[in-house]
Design a protein around this ligand. Sequence first.
Ligand code: HEM
Length: 166
Amino acid sequence: MNGTQTSGYSKLQITLHWVIAALVAFQLIFGEGMTNVRDAAEEGTTASSVDTAVSIGHYWFGIAILVLVLVRLGVRLMQGVPQRLAGTPTWMDWAARLVHWAFYLMLFAMPLLGLLTVYVSDAFGDIHKLGKPVFIVLIAVHVVAALYHQFIKRDGTLRRILVPGR
Ligand code: HEM
């Protein structure tokens, strides 16, 4: 599934990484607006205009994430990913792979669960909400790893996702 190994990420891969990251940040920070709108509808009250606006963003940004992650996987299959850095311990390599595939899984599962909540049953909402702490833990591990590479190993890993390598 990794496709060919290359010297760096392409401009398209880097753009997709940061656009998806920004959209996910919005979903995690403002997701409760969607919950508030649904709670208000259930109670027969009116949600605030901010929550209403945020919930529309939540719906469409969530669908955009689903589409973009599919594009990202397609690009990964066609363009490949950079080679693992020489000298990285095997366990770290596996940990990185595990976290990256967990991200892909979550990026699929969360929009699908959101859609199931809206169109099938409220029961999916509880599982969808559980995705928030899971995402936060994954992001924390991912960021700590990036900082470790940047400031302790100084091996240019962070640069790979900022500057196109081909
Ligand atoms: C990666 C994409 C997504 C992320 C990270 C995400 C994240 C969140 C978060 C953090 C909450 C608030 C949880 C809370 O109140 O504690 C939430 C609520 C909600 N989201 Fe999403 N969401 C995503 C995509 C979607 C999509 C595509 C839809 C629907 C089209 C959707 C529908 C909902 C609904 C209906 C709720 C309220 C659940 C309830 O009240 O039971 N979400 N989401």
